[in-house]
Design a protein around this ligand. Structure first.
Ligand code: ADP
Length: 665
């Protein structure tokens, strides 16, 4: 195949190799060639974006290295069209590729998120799902096969000892690669043999339009048939008023290769004390590896005086804002700035301070003006943002305003304050739509400010209950006393929530109080319902329980907080909550748990009966079983079972006894 263009060297000299594409690439190519009919023009954006990256790389390298092929070549992209041959050629003077790089880069899928992408692609059965996925992730170079029946790529690396290579494929499972002497200058040329059903792409006017739409901000000239088609000025240096939303979105796609629209963005221009530009985006979703990797990084590009310096610049934002993506361009750093000297560099520190403030402000504005968008944001990134409470002392207050919780007053799917009134008005009132199902599911989220604003006039603390999941906490008997008193309780169901509360200490001067604390004090303004309790029997029962349960609980007490439940387990003073303890145990098997306190409700008929029974039976085997059942009951109400065998046996006995009783009566 390659021999046609290889006139000057024999096959042997050219080391012609035919290689199959990686299986996933084959799968992808099939879809691209056979089922993607709309939006074909994006192939041009993808190829131009690659060319622009290659130009960025050589520009950066040439700052310090003059020993490269064509050190003075103009940095540009040329597009030529040959109507009679039905070809379109895109040529750049970028960094190029050697043979190994060409094999590695175009033959496999290596861009970020690809593993995720391929897994999902394999999973999705419907063609339309696949198309949506391709739209979401972007497919870079391979998109050329939407319009090409054959592609011939020749490239020469900037390394002076490299040989030019030719890569060729019809997109049908394999490609050939060979060494070529036809090309001596640096860069990459992609010759596209346009498919007969895509001949509109042989029209220079149409191409110019596509470039203006998708690639106007590429900072190198893109010439179509000798005429420059883009503005070639960096988007971020343009005046905000001259940039359309569409252009900001396109720029985001160009920057991140994420094909979903960003949720929000901010264009920052600062002159004093340091001159810099920044365009920051909040993506709808971020690659998991960006959020939860063992070595998280900041996905913001650094430029100096329009020149790309480095991709992921960790000095630009603290890690708890690692969901932000974008670019910073600074005029006050030297072009040859070394990576190491960025750390603790006073210019970088200043930029970072400004960026943090602006990002937090941007989130606050989103929360206020677009609560549905914020709810979606919170669901994706809340876990990460919360880290800021413990890690960014300076901005702790700002971050705390951005926290969201569900609470005992929220009704699923509806914002709490409106729940009692008109639930329909609560969802989507601000934005008039509320059709986003993700958002609707979380619109019952409230801020700490919301909580404080509707606290009872004499309430002094913010009550919260930590637990595994919302389902687990809503059923907790610990809430009874609060429901009775109409006190709101925040649900903390993220593993990090208690850690956050412990770092926060208070909000708006109000301390946080766990509702499962032993020393919890509630006003005695609510009449406890249920049976009249016999004081003496209660005292006897409690001392029996203390003795019998000594190995399982730290203490047994009469409960002031229960109304409908017989008993509950609470955290002793100074102890960590049950939820926190479970997390600690996950991290450290030897973690010593604190024994909790069993509270019994003497007004509950079951406890009253057990008290009466104890008077009769003292410490019989049966009484001992009752004692343990109380603890098991409390554990089950939290969602845990310590010893299922024992519980099952007791339940069996109870079932037998109760059914016999029914027969007799
Ligand atoms: P992505 O751009 O997302 O990495 P692509 O499939 O578009 O994925 O490209 C794969 C790789 O091939 C690029 O990362 C780059 O290393 C290389 N490449 C593609 N086009 C060019 C080019 N014009 N010049 C130099 N390298 C290129």
């Amino acid at each position: 195949m390659a021999a046609e263009a290889e006139k000057t060297v024999t096959e042997e000299q050219a080391q012609v190799e035919e290689r199959p594409f990686q299986t996933e690439v084959q799968q992808l190519l099939k879809i691209l060639i056979h089922s993607l009919y709309t939006d074909k023009e994006i192939f041009l954006r993808e190829l131009i974006s690659n060319a622009s990256d290659a130009l960025d790389k050589i520009r950066f390298r040439s700052l310090t290295d003059r020993n490269i092929v064509d050190p003075d070549a103009e940095l540009k992209i040329d597009i030529t069209i040959d109507k009679s041959a039905k070809t379109m050629t895109i040529r750049d003077t970028g960094i190029g590729m050697n043979r190994e790089e060409a094999n590695d880069n175009i033959g496999t899928i290596a861009h970020s998120g690809s593993a995720n992408f391929l897994a999902k692609l394999a999973e999705s059965e419907k063609e339309e799902d696949k198309l949506q996925l391709i739209g979401q992730f972007g497919v870079g170079f391979y998109s050329v096969f939407m319009v090409a029946e054959r592609v011939v790529l020749t490239t020469r690396s900037a390394d002076t000892d490299s040989e030019a290579v030719m890569w060729e494929s019809t997109g049908d499972g394999s490609y050939t690669i060979s060494t070529t002497r036809d090309r001596t200058d640096r860069g990459t040329e992609i010759k596209i043999y346009v498919r007969s059903d895509c001949e509109e792409f042989l029209d220079a006017h149409l191409i110019e339009g596509v470039i203006r739409r998708h690639s106007d901000f590429v900072s190198y000239p893109i010439n179509v048939a000798g005429k420059q088609a883009n503005q070639a000025s960096a988007l971020w240096t343009r005046s905000r008023g001259d940039i359309t939303d569409e252009q900001y979105r396109e720029f985001y796609t160009h920057l991140t290769a994420d094909h979903e629209e960003p949720t929000a963005w901010e264009h920052i221009v600062v002159d004093v004390p340091i001159q810099f530009y920044a365009v920051l985006y909040i993506p709808k979703r971020s690659p998991m590896e960006l959020l939860f990797s063992a070595e998280p990084k900041i996905a913001i590009h650094l430029h100096v005086k329009r020149v790309f310096i480095q991709g992921d610049c960790d000095e630009l934002l603290p890690l708890y804002l690692r969901f932000v993506r974008g670019l910073v361009d600074c005029d006050d750093l030297p072009l040859n700035v070394a990576r190491e000297s960025l750390q603790n560099n006073p210019v970088m520190v200043k930029i970072r301070q400004t960026l943090v403030r602006r990002v937090l402000k941007m989130l606050e504005t989103m929360a206020k003006n677009k609560p549905e968008d914020y709810a979606v944001f919170w669901t994706s990134y809340g876990m990460v943002l919360k880290e800021g409470i413990a890690r960014d002392f300076e901005n702790k207050d700002e971050v705390s305003k951005l926290l969201r919780y569900t609470s005992s007053l929220s009704v699923e799917g509806v914002a709490a304050p409106s729940a009692a009134g008109n639930p329909e008005a609560a969802s989507g009132e601000e934005e008039g739509g509320g059709s986003d199902s993700d958002a609707a599911a979380d619109s019952d989220l409230i801020s700490l400010q919301d909580y404080v604003d509707r606290m009872q006039s004499d309430q002094e603390v913010i009550y919260y209950l930590a637990g595994e999941s919302r389902e687990a906490v809503v059923q907790s008997p610990l809430l009874e006393a609060f429901v009775k008193r109409n006190l709101e309780v925040l649900y903390m169901t993220d593993p990090v929530d208690e850690w956050v509360v412990n770092s926060l200490l208070d909000f708006d001067g109000k301390k946080f109080q766990a509702v499962d604390a032993e020393d919890l004090e509630l006003k005695e303004d609510v009449k406890l319902e249920g049976v009249e309790a016999d004081k003496e029997r209660t005292v006897d029962l409690i001392s029996f329980l203390k003795q019998e349960l000594a190995g399982r609980v730290g203490d047994v007490k009469e409960s002031q907080r229960l109304t409908d439940s017989p008993c509950v387990l609470v955290t002793p003073k100074g102890g960590v909550s049950q939820h926190m303890e479970r997390l600690m145990k996950m991290a450290d098997e030897k973690f010593e748990s604190t024994k909790r306190v069993l509270e019994v409700n003497p007004h509950h008929p079951a406890i009253a009966n057990i008290g009466a029974l104890q008077r009769k039976e003292r410490d019989s085997e049966g009484m001992k079983e009752w004692a343990h059942l109380l603890v098991d009951y409390a554990l089950i109400s939290e969602g845990t079972v310590e010893d299922p065998q024992r519980v099952v046996k007791t339940i069996q006995k109870l079932m037998t006894a109760a059914s016999e009783q029914e027969i007799k009566s």
